[in-house]
Design a protein around this ligand. Sequence first.
Ligand code: GDP
Length: 594
Amino acid sequence: MGKENNSQEKVIQIAGSITVDELANALGLTVTTLIGQLFKEGIVATINQRLDYDTASIIIDELGITGVRLEKKNSATQISHERRELSDKAVLRPPVVAVMGHVDHGKTTLLDTLLNKKTVEDEAGGITQHISAYQLEHDGRKITFLDTPGHEAFAAIRQHGAMLTDIVVIVVAADDGVKPQTVEAIKFAQGANAKIIVAINKIDREGADVPRTMADLAQHGLQPEEWGGDITMVPISAKMNQNLDKLLDMILLIADMEELKADVEIPAEGLVIESHMEIGKGSVVNLLVTGGELKTGEFIVAGSTYAKIRTMVDFKGRPKGKATPSTPVTVTGFKELPDFGDRFVEVKDEKTARKMALLNAASLADASASANVTSTDLLRMMNTADNSKVFNVLIKGDVLGSVTSVVDSLKMIDTKGEITLNIVATGVGDVTENDVYMATGENTVIYGFNVTVPTNIAKMAARDNVPIRCFRVIYELLDDAKHSMEELLDAEIVEEEMGEMKVEGVFRTEKTSIIAGGEMLRGKVAAKMLAKVVRGKEELGEVEVESVQKERIDVNELVAGEVGGLALKTDHKINLAISDRLKFFTREQKRRTL
Ligand code: GDP
C-alpha cells in the first residue's frame, strides 16, 4: 500500500443511510469489528442494517478513526436545502430576524410592542392563531421577524442545512442576566452563522443593571462594542417602548453591512415555517420566500406534497398576489400538510409537481424506513448505559377507569426483573401538546386508549420524535408495550460452526486483507462467514471471508474435501501461515423475548 497522506481525508458520502456492510467496506474494517463496536454501544445490528448519518459519525468517533469525513449526500430527487449561490442579478432583500432568549425575558412583549398589537387581538373568536412570521417597516424599509415555536424548531431547520435567519436578536433581561436559554440562543446563532444583536431588556425595572448584564454576556463570549468587542447591545424596555427604534436601526445597519441579497429571476423557493389544517380552508401553510417571486396559481413542491397556490395572504391576512424574497406569506392549496423546515420550490406544472412529490415521498420513506438505527437510539443507549432498561410511558384514556386498567395491566407484564416500567404521567382526554412536551427527550411512548390525537399534535409529535400509539383494544396495547420492552432487552449472540480449512498456501498478506488457499477439512465455507485463525492451540484473530474461489473462479462455497482459495478481510495484520486452520462460523445477534 502507498504511503498515507495524513492531510488527505477520505470522504464517505451518505445518502440518507448506509448499511453496516457498506460502512465497514468504506472504512476498510471487517463487518465483525463494526458490529462489535455497535454492540458495545448497545446496538444489535446485522450486516444489512442501515445506520443514519449521525450514528455512523458517532461510531467512527468511538472507534477513534481519523482521516475520514462523512458527507451527507442529497439524493437526486431531494430538494437541496443549501442556500443557493447568488447571480449578479441578485437584489437586496429585507433581513430575516429571529428573536430568542430565556423564558420571561420579554421576547413576546418585544414582538408585540414592535407590531404595536396585543396577542389577545389575534385570538379572535377564541381561536388562537399563531402567526409565525411578521414583517414591519422602519425608515421605509422592511424587516422580517420570525416567531418560532421553540429552539427545537430552529434546530430542525439548521439540520436541513438552511440558513434561514440572518440576524438573531437575543433578549436578555437586565434584572436577570444570562440564563440557560440565553446560552442556548447564543450557541444557536453562532451555529447558524447568524449575526447577533443583544437587546438588554427591562431597563425600566428597578433591579436592572445594564453593565452587569454586559459583563455577564462578555463572560459568555459576546463582547459589547462599547468595550471594544463586535456585538451590538441595545438597552431597551419592550414594555415601555423605550429604545426600540434604536434596535431597529441597528438591525438595518447590520443588514446593510451584510448586503443581504436574493435572486428574483429564478423559480420561487423558500421554506415551510408552519402548517396546520383549518376547517373550510384545508391546509394552511406559512412560507418564507427566500428566492424568486411566488404568485397565486403557481405550483410548488415541498417534501412529499405539492400545491397549486389557491390563496396567498400576508401576515395580516391581506391578499397578496406576489411575494418577493424574505416575505412571509400564508398559502392554501397544499394537497397534504408539508413539514416544518421543508424547502419548497416552484415547478412548471402539476405533472412535474406530482412527480417530484412522489419521488420525494419514495426517497423519504426509503431513508426513514431503512435507517433502522438512528442516532437518537444510539445516544439514548450510550447515555443511559445502566438506565437503558427503563420503559417510559405516558398514558391517556377516555375515562379514568380505562386509564387505571391500562396502568394495572402494564404493571402486570412480567419483565423478569429486567425492565422497569416508568409511568411518566397519566390523564383523561385526548393527547395534548403538553403530553408531547412531557414525552419529549425522555424516550417516552404515549399510549392512548380510546382517545384521539388532533392532527397538529400528531405533527408536533412526529417532529419531536415522540411515538404516540392509540388503541381501542387493551390486549393490543399490551402486546405493543411488551414488544417495546423486548426491544430494550440485551440481545443474545449466537455463533454457529460452519466448517474448517487447512491453509496450504498464503498468496498475499496486507494490513487488512489476505489471499490464501487450502483444503476444506469439514463443513463448508461461503462469503460473509467469519473465521477464527488458529495456530496449534493459539487463536490469532478473526477474519471475514470476502470471496471464495475454486480453480480461480468465484464460487458460492467450498465443501469438505474441496480445495480452493479465499479472499479474507481483517482489521489488523495477521501473518497467516501454512498449516494454520481457519475455523468458519456465523455470528448472529438474536433478540430475546419476554
Ligand atoms: P417571553 O417568555 O420571553 O416571551 O417573555 P414575555 O414577553 O412573556 O415577558 C415576560 C414578563 O416580563 C411579562 O410579564 C412582561 O410584561 C414582562 N416584561 C417584558 N418586557 C418588559 C420590560 O421591558 N419591562 C418590564 N418591566 N417588564 C417586561
